[in-house]
Write a protein that binds this ligand. Structure first.
Ligand code: ATP
Ligand code: ATP
Ligand code: CA
Length: 218
């Protein structure tokens, strides 16, 4: 479904969110106070405008109240980021996602009503660390303190065997959510499906069980 999103702050992070959403076909209003940044996004957004996002009347004049989604990507100016978030919530934007520099910034944003706070450098750093820890781990998402979802590459160790035979649920207490093979994704694997070498398995489980599987099982 087509969404209406306003992206405020067109640094590297904001621009990439803006351009990707626009490519997907969503309506994207791109805002920055810097003319060059706005120009750079003109062909990659539905509308790109120069405005001060801490000026409530400017935001209202742009019709921001009609947007259900906003991304605030003003990283370095903490005051502007907090003020803008507060105003977007007051104007009535239902989902406001905000980029934060650090934990302190994150806490303030949560207090003023941000619906989701993202720390790209920190979050990407965690993912890269996991990938470096084990090259089998392609991607990694925390579900909670204890549980996560990982993408792991299958070696010949488990290749050419069915899920039933591998019995990972019993042996490791982990669940295979999907199997990727090249461009194909099997999103509901059944016991008779076979794993091949270099398949990417998307698995869910307790961190400790996943670690055990990654070290001994795959
Ligand atoms: P990057 O993703 O590149 O690391 P960043 O989050 O570190 O970016 P900046 O480099 O500070 O943040 O970029 C934030 C952008 O937000 C800049 O283009 C800046 O012009 C814009 N910006 C800052 N304050 C305002 C404001 N009050 N109104 C509109 N745009 C603003
Ligand atoms: P962030 O992930 O916070 O966005 P960044 O990629 O924007 O960081 P900086 O904030 O410049 O980069 O941080 C780079 C770090 O590298 C700093 O801590 C800096 O002290 C360090 N650094 C820069 N140059 C050198 C150097 N020649 N030798 C050792 N350390 C350096
Ligand atoms: Ca930055």
């Amino acid at each position: 479904m087509k969404k209406q999103v306003v992206v405020i702050g067109l640094g590297r992070f904001g621009s990439s969110v803006c351009q990707e959403l626009y490519k997907m076909g969503h309506e994207v209003l791109a805002i920055d106070s810097n003319m060059e940044r706005v120009d750079a996004n003109r062909d990659h957004s539905s509308h790109a405008v120069i405005a001060n996002a801490t000026d409530e009347s400017e935001l209202k004049a742009l019709g921001v109240r009609n947007f259900d989604n906003a991304i605030v990507a003003i990283g370095d100016d903490l005051q502007a980021s907090v003020l803008c978030t507060l105003m977007l919530k007051e104007i009535g934007v239902s989902k406001v996602w905000v980029k934060a520099r650090d934990l302190q910034h994150q806490k303030i944003l949560e207090k003023v009503g941000a619906d989701r706070v993202i720390q790209p450098e920190y979050e990407m750093g965690v993912r890269v660390a996991h990938h470096m820890d084990s090259e089998k781990i392609i991607d990694y998402i925390d579900l909670s303190k204890d549980y996560s979802i990982q993408e792991l590459t299958a070696s010949d160790k488990i290749a050419n065997r069915t899920l039933a035979k591998l019995n990972l649920r019993e042996r490791y207490k982990i669940i295979i959510l999907a199997i990727k093979r090249g461009e194909d994704v099997n999103i509901a694997p059944v016991p008779n499906d076979e794993v091949q070498e270099n398949d990417v398995l998307i698995v869910m489980g307790h961190r400790d069980d996943l670690k055990r599987f990654e070290e001994k099982g795959i």
